[in-house]
Design a protein around this ligand. Sequence first.
Ligand code: FAD
Length: 417
Amino acid sequence: MQQEKVDVLVIGAGPSGSVASAYLHKQGLKVKVVEKSKFPRFVIGESLIPRCMDNFEAVGLLDCLKAMNFEVKGGARFMNNKGVVCNFDFSKKHGNGWDWTWQVPRADFDKALTDELQSWGVDIAFQQEVTAVDFSEDGTSVTTIKDIDGNESTVQAKFIVDSSGFGRVLPRLLDLEKPSEIPKHSSIFTHVEDVKRPEGEEGTIITFDVIDTDTWLWVIPFSNGSTSIGYVGKTEYLESFEGTNTEKLQQMMKLSSYYFDRFDGVDYTFEPRMIKNIAKSVKQLCGKGYVLTGNSAEFLDPVFSSGVTFAVESAHLASQLITKELKGEKVDWQTEYNDYMIEGVNVFSTYVKEWYTGNLQTIFFHSTENPVIKEQICAVLAGYVWDKTNPFVKKHNRLVKTVAHIADMEMEAKKDS
Ligand code: FAD
């Protein structure tokens, strides 16, 4: 059996694995990335938020992405079934940070990242699946890998970064799975050739069309002429639609009075896929000799497009700490990694939960907008969830509830007058 020795083994070549391996490679460490599929491959997670740009830039992966000419995303539009629209513009947000990012077909996006890494000499083994990991007491490990012909090999590593996304390799193998606190939602989605796409901004703007408190449709136009459409809703509600996934999605598209005509009769590029009970959580984000990054660690909900940003934020931080540790410096993983990541997850978690209680929707669709509050919420939606100068970060637990309550009272007062 073939045996290899590396400093760091990275499981998965999505954005998280790419950012981790980019950083580690640049630090002179011997890195191997093992990726189960052949790229380009489809994966969902197409609407980015600006904070991810900081991480791609920091590890030298921004230019290869810029060269792809993806659709620029300068904000996001939320609309409700009463025709009320709430536009967020990332250039009008609290604090500093990127004003824009992209809407990306992930097959092309992730391939651009791995092509760039391979051009640097990073070893990425495609179509190789991690099947088992054995840790020694000192944190070193031996990982078993199977290729598509069933041949096995092993990799000995000083450290493992698990960036396997919904593959959740180490959470499964080390029994780290934990039920998420986020309500049980599922999603059904596909791509379409957007042949009825309107001219101008209407054709390119990313939109969240809110059907009711629990159910919403995403419309994410790409620069290649196709558009991603997908519903998120309670698992039992999505399961109540009958037929094939195409039939289910076609029925659901009737729920959107705004988008029905644009996507009516348009062919789906592939049979819509359904992912059930999307939210994932773990008991711990790291342990001796390993760290979980991206979706392998935690996934909340697609409503604020935070997935890729958390994936690259965690990968960037983890790879900095691994470098420190392998160079002989002491790392306090609990405070330097776990606590930092959980702080950001908790802020987003409040916004996701308050979306589904309806409180955030009350604020978004309230008729009198407070521009300062809007800028502060916009910074959260841009992914700047570690900025304590933002009251909507610092007091996220209380402020969303309080502001929603005030908006409710104002609406009641209007009704009575
Ligand atoms: P991935 O991109 O999933 O990459 C993991 C890689 O690991 C894969 O290529 C896989 O093949 C590989 N792998 C798995 N198992 C193994 C194994 N055993 N051995 C080797 N390799 C393995 N995020 C956003 O930012 N914006 C959005 O709009 C958005 N929408 C979403 C909508 C839905 C319905 C869902 C479910 C998620 C959405 N997300 C979104 C989240 C997004 O998909 C993820 O957060 C993001 O892809 C995480 O990146 P990653 O690098 O951690 O994992």
